[in-house]
Write a protein that binds this ligand. Structure first.
Ligand code: PLP
Length: 373
């Protein structure tokens, strides 16, 4: 992988390392009403719908801001004021959706499992049968808190069988884990420019079932977060309602070219899986333990338990790796002290091996004999 040589490699959940091609695409200025820019908007929106398998049924509504902005916008737009959500939680991003619902004043129940445990599918079925007021099920595909891959196909099937709508936070999964609207029915899924599609941060988007979105006029609790209005305006003239993130979009368009050249979701999944395997194998050889068993681990980000060796100190470990050019990430778990290392972004075999060499040298210098928790 090539990037600008002085930049660190970001082994994080985002923003991520991007290619030189993607960064170079930003070296221009665009008028937001220019024909060329409008065409770029049309193109990336259409491509995203295709990647999601939603051609003919779903539309893409982009929104300025980080991923949370589009989650907030989607929940506020799709769930009517008299609707009710059931939120499946096994980490911080599920929790965040309940916070968003609190702000928006939308009633909700939660089904929570520990951070290393997938949602209880039987409980989902029971909850839907027991409460006719529930209109929407909210789920996180890859819960980035731990790196767990939640069983989104099963969740989608149970939700559809019970006649409810599904909204998926696919932020850290879209473009790397399979998600096809034809096989996994959803009313909306949200993702952003700067995760597995390897663009730069600044824009989120929702892929929304058109027939559902058409009923959503007047639902939103905030003008700038009204995806119905954003969609209607964009369909009218191909333009954004408010200042678009022009450079982010240009970089995203370039990133999508590279995504397609790599073989789309399958190709990206293959590279991230190889990265993840190198990382886990190398870390286990140093004694480190993963939070998750391999069958629950998504090839996105890996949570390692904090070593028990008293010579290990996370901040010193982090700083030493950063000085060697590798940025990792603190843990976000409530169940156990941990840290995280990502395998997504413009990274391949040589960067993952480089990170492992840096980790091995760092623990040695610290006098840590094993990474075991
Ligand atoms: C990154 C991420 C988000 C959005 O976070 P932002 O910091 O707002 O970009 C939401 N959900 C998941 C699962 C994520 O990984």
């Amino acid at each position: 992988m090539t990037t600008h040589s002085k930049d660190p490699w970001l082994l994080t959940p985002g923003p991520l390392t991007t290619s030189a091609l993607t960064k170079e695409a930003m070296l221009h200025d665009w008028g937001s009403r220019d024909a060329e820019f409008i065409e770029t908007n049309r193109r990336f929106r259409e491509r995203l719908v295709e990647i999601a398998g939603g051609k003919g049924t779903h539309v893409c509504v982009p929104l300025q801001g980080s991923g949370t902005f589009v989650v907030e916008a989607t929940l506020g737009t799709l769930i009517p004021k008299n609707g009710k959500a059931l939120v499946l939680i096994n980490g911080a991003y599920g929790q965040r959706m309940t916070k968003i619902l609190d702000y928006a004043g939308r009633p909700h129940d939660v089904l929570e499992t520990p951070e290393d445990t997938p949602p209880a599918l039987g409980d989902l079925e029971t909850a839907l049968k027991a409460d006719a007021a529930i209109t929407h099920v909210l789920a996180v595909y890859c819960e980035t808190t731990s790196g767990i891959a939640n069983p989104i196909e099963d969740i989608a099937r149970i939700t559809a069988d019970n006649g409810r709508a599904l909204i998926i936070d696919a932020m850290s999964a879209f473009g790397a884990l399979p998600l096809d609207a034809k096989k996994t029915p959803f009313d909306a899924m949200m993702a952003s420019s700067n995760k597995c599609l390897e663009g730069v941060p600044g824009m989120g988007f929702a892929i929304i079932r058109q027939s559902a979105l058409e009923t959503c006029q007047g639902n939103a609790h905030a003008l700038s977060l009204d995806l119905y209005d954003q969609w209607v305006a964009m369909e009218k003239n191909g333009q954004w309602r408010f200042t678009p993130p022009t450079h982010v979009i240009a970089a995203f368009d370039a990133a999508l070219n590279q995504f397609e050249a790599e073989g789309g979701t399958e190709g990206r999944h293959a590279r991230y899986s190889a990265n993840c395997k190198i990382l886990i194998t190398g870390m286990r050889a140093l004694g480190f333990e993963t939070l998750l068993p391999d069958d629950l681990q998504a090839p996105i980000i890996v949570t390692f338990k904090m070593p028990a060796d008293p010579a290990f100190e996370f901040q010193a470990f982090y700083d030493a790796l950063s000085a060697k050019g590798y940025v990792i990430y603190p843990g976000k778990l409530t169940v156990a002290p941990s840290f995280r290392i990502g395998c997504i972004g413009h990274l391949g075999e040589s960067e993952m091996n480089g990170a492992l060499d840096a980790i091995e040298a760092t623990v040695k210098t610290m006098g840590v004999t094993t990474g075991a928790p």
